[in-house]
Design a binder for this molecule. Structure first.
Ligand code: IMP
Length: 427
């Protein structure tokens, strides 16, 4: 398989974990390039269910090598817990997991500042973050105050950490919030480093060597384009580039070494946290999608907001990420709907628009323009080829292809590896 970037083409939670898992069979390396443990990638193997936040899902495949790239912000203590979890279930990380020495660390003060930031916003203005400290950690990166993995393993680390803790404690105290205990943070980080130190390295030559040898890579996107700091519904976004551009800046692999972009989209749309969502359903249909699709956050357990497929959003992903093919997920969740709606454009203040507006106040006023299609009212489970799907399901997919200008490659009909239609048949 050519070097492939996999991105979420909506507001995250598109089912990327499972698609990554399926595609991993065909690559040598799986690389995470942005985000942190705000992400939650769910993979089901047989009867076992894994939720991974920082460790690339490739770890669940023997012999595949995984990289946490420079663009990721990582909480060392949370990462060690996750490594223990996968190791206990039989998946070793030695010689298989490599952590960039340029990746920034998330500390407890980042999480506390995340919570403070949310609390200080007026009611209704909260972002609804995952409270994992992601925004403050990327903030420190941009303000050149962050600490990277190379600093954590440096003999000067205690002093570097002390200056950060003193500074952040001044801010926390001014906000009337509890402060952090330097000794505790240092001890917890050092004990996490006992596990992480052997995995931290310069991943640039490592990946460059792999590219030179013709080994193939899958860049595992976290979140989705609508949560991208540049192209999402700012400020209701995460703090990294969740689009295809982030794969290169977050790994050090140049853009022209990437040859394919797979966009993962649900057959409908969901969002967690606050912010505009034009096709949101606040009625029984929305409830039904949430119930059947088990739409509750993998990281925070929050119920997800649910709505119809939004082709304006999908086209935004196509334009900003260069999507070559869709992986269409959760088609089976629509099995019981008599009528399905697809949003083809928005109506904004009496005008019809077909692109996502930058202005958040305008986006909040956008009303979906729908076209309706008949549902298939039968099960899609068990289909082994696209031709086996009910006629109305094939028509729905064909319409999504037409309206977005991008073909559907993979179709996912359930959480297990087996419930997947690859263009050439079952995996
Ligand atoms: P943060 O990334 O924790 O700062 O949260 C910012 C926004 O992104 C919030 O609306 C979160 O709910 C959302 N978000 C962050 N990570 C994910 C994810 O992996 N899936 C879905 N939404 C996410």
């Amino acid at each position: 398989m050519p070097n492939t970037i996999l991105i979420g083409a909506q507001w995250g939670d598109e089912g990327k974990g499972k698609i990554i898992d399926v595609l991993t069979e065909r690559v040598d390396w799986v690389v995470r390039a942005q985000g942190g443990n705000n992400a939650g990638h769910t993979v089901e193997i047989g009867e076992e269910r894994f939720v991974l936040h920082l460790v690339p899902s490739g770890i669940l495949h023997e012999g595949k090598r995984c990289v946490i790239g420079n663009g990721v912000v990582l909480d060392p203590v949370a990462l060690v817990e996750e490594i223990r979890g996968v190791t206990e279930r039989g998946f070793g990380v030695e010689g298989r997991l490599f952590i960039s020495d340029r990746a920034h660390a998330v500390f407890p003060y980042h999480r506390m500042l995340d919570a403070q930031g949310e609390a200080r916003r007026a009611k209704g203005d909260q972002i609804g973050t995952t409270l994992r400290g992601i925004g403050p950690a990327y903030g420190d990166k941009a303000s050149r105050f962050g600490l990277r993995m190379c600093d954590l393993i440096d003999p000067d680390f205690p002093g570097l950490l002390r200056s950060r803790v003193e500074d952040k404690n001044r801010v926390l105290a001014a906000l009337g919030a509890p402060v952090v205990d330097y000794d505790e943070v240092l001890a917890a980080t050092q004990s996490a480093l006992d596990v992480l130190r052997p995995l931290i390295c310069d991943t640039v030559p490592l990946l460059h060597g792999a590219v030179s040898r013709g080994e193939s890579m899958l860049f595992e996107g976290a979140q989705g384009i609508m949560l991208d700091i540049d192209f999402g519904t700012y400020p209701y976004v995460t703090s990294s580039n969740a689009g295809s551009g982030g794969a290169s800046t977050g790994s050090g692999v140049p853009p022209h070494r990437m040859s394919r972009v797979v966009g993962v989209v649900k057959a409908y749309t969901t969002r967690v946290g606050e912010g505009p969502f034009p096709t949101e359903l606040l009625d029984a249909d929305g409830e039904e999608i949430r119930r059947v699709g088990r739409e509750f956050g993998a990281t925070t357990g929050r119920p997800r907001r649910c709505g119809w497929f939004d082709a304006v959003v999908a086209r935004h992903a196509v334009m900003t990420c260069g999507v070559d093919e869709w992986a269409l997920t959760k088609m089976d969740v629509l099995d019981g709907f008599k009528t399905l709606k697809i949003c083809t454009a928005y109506e904004l203040d009496g005008r019809r628009i077909d692109a996502v507006p930058a202005n958040i106040r305008e986006m909040s006023r956008c009303r979906p323009v729908y076209e309706e299609m008949p549902g298939w009212l039968s099960t899609t489970r068990g289909a082994t080829r696209r031709e086996d799907l009910p006629e109305a399901a094939r028509q729905y997919m064909a319409r999504l292809e037409e309206i977005t200008g991008v073909p559907v490659g993979i179709v996912s009909l359930g959480p297990r590896r087996e419930d997947t239609l690859l263009p050439e048949g079952r995996p």
